[in-house]
Design a binder for this molecule. Structure first.
Ligand SMILES: Cc1cc2nc3c(=O)[nH]c(=O)nc-3n(C[C@H](O)[C@H](O)[C@H](O)COP(=O)(O)O)c2cc1C
Length: 326
């Protein structure tokens, strides 16, 4: 029987993790974010799928090469159900200097989960056990896990956590929704509380921290937790991590800072992506989050999303921010 960990909360201030959001929090985004905003201590990178053969293509690793991640500490994440593929990729990441890799046991998307990957593995504790029996002795570093409550039901994580207690796992990040729930409904905080009573491992809470109040409510309820992961809340409001850390509201110069963040992202993506279509697609994707703090901006954002050239895009964005600053 395993012993309970000491409360993490003795280590204040809270440790804040930038969540992996595929298509958004790539190395350009993470570095640029850390250049403009404070508050995150580290990030987990969006998943890399383990290779099916014995070769790891260099472009797979680009986003997690240490030289491309100078501004924010990062934990690479692997999506895999194959112990061999995972070991190969994890050991390559440890060779690059990483101390921890994260195993994605939470991805809810049917094209992943239907193949028993991500949250699709959660109903199969026997497969998870045999994966860990093979992987843990063979990797040259630490393993952490990011998971949901289950694929179909929270009973899955309740069955899994006591099994995970028998392995050396650095930490478990829990997003308290099931896979089939995707992002619907609210996180099940009672189920998260039960999870805490079923594990000896350090736990990171993740899910729907959108405001400082959300954080305060959660940290009051889960007093033993000191590790928090924030995804969409920080994409919509990049000032949120600092606000949580300092408790201070600093309204001055916010729009200017957001514009400077945007412009730097645009510059960086223009340098690494080939062709205006790729660059525009990438930038337009950001606007689903960028636009949310602004009211009455539907028309302007629609226009931005219709921009046909980078020049037209930049001029519409300048117009948008100038109007918001005025
Ligand atoms: C578009 C999108 C892509 C995501 N990609 C990943 C991923 O690559 N790996 C992962 O573990 N989680 C991924 N997630 C889940 C987030 O990391 C996080 O668990 C989820 O958004 C809940 O946290 P939040 O409410 O703070 O955003 C993704 C979520 C979204 C919406």
């Amino acid at each position: 029987m395993s012993s309970k960990p000491l409360s993490d909360n003795t280590l204040s201030p809270p440790r804040l993790y930038m969540a992996p959001i595929r298509g958004m929090t790539d190395h350009i985004y993470r570095n640029t974010f850390a250049d403009h905003f404070n508050g995150f201590d580290l990030s987990v990178a969006p998943f890399i799928a383990s290779p099916s053969g014995s070769k790891i293509r260099k472009k797979y690793l680009k986003g997690v090469l240490p030289e491309n991640n100078k501004n924010m500490p990062v934990i690479p994440q692997i999506l895999s159900k194959s112990a061999d593929g995972f070991i190969l990729l994890a050991n390559r990441l440890f060779e690059l200097g990483y101390e921890t890799v994260n195993w994605n046991l939470g991805c809810p998307y049917p094209q992943v989960a239907n193949k028993q990957r991500g949250s699709g593995l959660l109903p199969f504790t026997d497969l998870i056990q045999s994966f860990l029996d093979n992987v843990i002795p063979a990797i040259n570093g630490q393993l952490s896990i990011k998971t949901r409550l289950g694929r179909n039901t929270k009973k899955e994580i309740f069955a899994l956590l006591p099994i995970l207690d028998t392995y050396p796992i650095e930490e478990i990040i829990i997003h308290p929704r099931t896979g089939v729930q995707m992002y619907n409904g609210t996180p099940d905080l009672d189920a998260f509380a039960t999870c805490l009573s079923l594990t000896r491992h350090p736990i990171v809470y993740n899910g729907d921290i959108l405001t400082e109040n959300d954080f305060n409510r959660l940290s009051a309820r889960f007093a033993t937790i000191n590790r928090w992961m924030i995804g969409r809340g920080a994409l919509v409001n990049p000032f949120l991590p600092e606000r949580i850390k300092t408790g201070k509201h600093k309204p001055e110069g916010k729009i200017k800072k957001l514009k400077s963040f945007h412009d730097e992202l645009f510059l960086q993506y223009s340098r690494i992506l080939s062709g205006p279509t790729h660059i525009l697609d990438r930038m337009k994707g950001l606007w689903q989050y960028f636009s949310q703090p602004f009211s009455d901006c539907k028309k302007a954002v629609k226009k931005i999303k219709k921009a046909k050239t980078p020049e037209q895009y930049q001029s519409l964005v300048d117009e948008f921010f100038n109007k918001e600053t005025a």
